[in-house]
Every structure is written in structure tokens, then in C-alpha cells.
Design a binder for this molecule. Structure first.
Ligand code: FDP
Length: 300
């Protein structure tokens, strides 16, 4: 009897945890539907403001940020949020245990030319930090709206008739065929260029739109390959932000059977000093990441 009660208590605790994550999952879905509608509105004009990375914010960036903040404010388990569009973190509910860092509309400059864009979310327990990450999620706004949510598995959802429907689990293969090399080539290290070229010489095809979300989504769904954004002479610490872009995708790729490194170390072992810190990053299947490790161990 005592054992049974213990079991029930454990079940209750487990369901409670599920419900809290479920609330976050629902809030992301609601935000995504509203963002999809905001993207579809004609005028996306530039605002007078710059974000922390010195980029001029689109009114659309600000609107998407506001939508997410509004939806997250209703979820009591969310303690603190940090947005790529804001300088500082913001406490929502002191009792909450989750910390969420998000990029409301990654690649927003691509809306003008009608390419896909996305929202990225990293969900942490107790504090921000790669080792505290418990789930990650991103939404792709393309011809269709899709959501990928990674906790202990990576799952794909498709927005249909205003509801996100589960499509399938995502698993990367050991070796892919796509190569997505980021950064200004002129500023690459010679060994990085050799690395990128070695994949093309092996028959890999170039796939790079300049939107991190659709580029990584494509590699994930087409089975595998390599996305790289290295350290360059003009950006020695890389361009992509640890909390808002790098850690969430590292979590998604690792959960899906792939790997994510900064050249030599697992991205999810890295710390951060400021919420807007960046890192060189490589995401891919095991085969490609092993090649990166070999090259970078010798040169970096
Ligand atoms: P963007 O500057 O358009 O916001 O987040 C930064 C990002 O886009 C990523 O989405 C994208 O992968 C990367 O920058 C592209 O940078 P490069 O143009 O330097 O390759």
C-alpha cells in the first residue's frame, strides 16, 4: 500500500512536470500562429531602434518579440525571459522554474525577399546556461509553418487549419549530403576553406539561404550534412548567439542523433558571460562533425 502511494506521488509529480512543459509548448504554439499572421501583413517597415547586436530592428521584429512576451507572461512556470531583441533579461514570475531565451524572428531581413524565417527558443531549468537546458524548440515560417520541439526526442509538427499537428519524430542519419557554410568566405581561415571544399569534392551540395532556422531545418529533415558558422577574421567569436541560436540548435541536433561543436568542444559544454555572447558553431551528422574535429584539432 505504501509502495503504491509512493508510486502515485511520483506519477503526480511527473504529470505536474509534463503540464508545466505543456503550458510552454502551448504558449509557443499560440505565439507562432500570431507571428505567422504578423508576417503575412504587408508593411514590415524599419523602426528607429537598434537591437543589442547593432542591427536596425524591423517593426516586425519588435511586434514578434511583444507577441512572445505576452504569451509567456501568462505562463506561471516561466521565471525569466531573455530576448535577442532586448538588452537585458526580464523576470516574469519569481516562483517559476523555467528560463527561456528566444530569438523572436531570426533572419527577419529575409522577409523582404520572401525567404523562410523562424523563431528559436531555448528552455532552461533554474538558470540560463547550456548545462541547464531541458528543451529547445524552433518554428519555421515558410510556405508552410512547422514547429520542431526537442525534449527527450525531436518531434515535427505542421500547422494545419490553425492547429499544430504531430507529423513525425526526427532522427539524423550518420552521414548527409548537404553543406551549408556561413560567414564571409574572404574572412575564413585557409584550413576552414579546405574543410568546406573537402565536402564539395566529395559530392556534397550547397544549401545556404542565410536564414539559420530554414538552413538547419533543411539539413535535419533531409537526413544530415553540415551547417557551419566559423570564427572569421572580422568576427573571431563567430556571429551566432549562444543563448538565442547556438545552444537551442545544439540541443535539437544532439537529441536527434547528431552533434554540435565549436570546432573542438561540444557546444553544450560552453558557458557565457553575457546573454548576447556569440560562438563559432558547427551542427551536423556524426560523419561531418568528425571531419571538423580532425581539421580543427590540427589547426585551431
Ligand atoms: P540575420 O543576420 O539575417 O539575422 O541570426 C543571424 C543570421 O541571420 C542567421 O539566421 C543566419 O544563419 C546568419 O545570420 C547569416 O549570416 P551570414 O549572412 O553572415 O552568412
Amino acid at each position: 500500500m505504501t509502495l503504491y502511494r509512493g508510486y502515485l506521488k511520483m506519477q503526480k509529480k511527473f504529470n505536474k512536470k509534463d503540464n508545466k512543459m505543456r503550458d510552454i509548448f502551448d504558449a509557443i504554439q499560440k505565439s507562432a500562429k500570431r507571428i505567422r499572421k504578423a508576417i503575412d501583413i504587408k508593411d514590415i517597415g524599419y523602426s528607429q531602434q537598434e537591437n543589442s547586436s547593432g542591427e536596425t530592428q524591423l517593426e516586425l521584429d519588435i511586434k514578434c518579440d511583444m507577441i512572445i512576451e505576452e504569451e509567456f507572461s501568462k505562463v506561471s512556470s516561466i521565471n525569466t525571459i531573455a530576448s535577442e531583441e532586448k538588452e537585458h533579461e526580464e523576470v516574469l514570475h519569481v516562483e517559476g522554474k523555467y528560463y527561456i531565451a528566444y530569438d523572436p524572428l531570426d533572419g527577419s531581413s529575409l522577409v523582404d525577399v520572401n525567404l523562410s524565417v523562424g523563431s528559436i527558443f531555448g528552455i532552461y531549468e533554474g538558470a540560463f546556461g547550456a548545462e541547464k537546458m531541458v528543451a529547445a524548440c524552433y518554428v519555421v515560417y515558410g510556405p508552410r509553418t512547422e514547429m520542431v520541439f526537442s525534449e527527450n526526442k525531436t518531434k515535427l509538427y505542421l500547422l494545419q487549419a490553425d492547429e499544430f499537428e504531430f507529423v513525425k519524430e526526427i532522427q539524423l542519419t550518420e552521414k548527409g549530403k548537404l553543406n551549408a557554410p556561413g560567414g564571409t568566405q574572404q574572412n575564413w581561415e585557409p584550413y576552414h576553406k579546405e574543410l568546406v571544399d573537402s565536402f564539395f569534392a566529395e559530392g556534397y551540395r550547397l544549401r545556404y539561404s542565410g536564414g539559420m532556422v530554414p538552413d538547419l531545418h533543411q539539413i535535419l529533415l533531409k537526413g544530415g550534412g553540415l551547417f557551419s558558422y566559423p570564427a572569421t577574421s572580422d568576427k573571431p567569436a563567430g556571429k551566432l548567439r549562444r543563448l538565442f541560436e547556438v545552444f537551442p540548435f545544439a540541443f535539437v541536433y544532439k537529441t536527434s542523433g547528431g552533434e554540435a561543436i565549436n570546432g573542438t568542444s561540444d557546444l553544450l559544454t560552453l558557458g557565457f558571460a553575457h546573454i548576447h555572447d556569440t560562438s563559432p558553431c558547427f551542427f551536423g551528422s556524426k560523419y561531418e562533425i568528425n571531419r571538423v574535429k580532425e581539421v580543427y584539432a590540427k589547426n585551431a
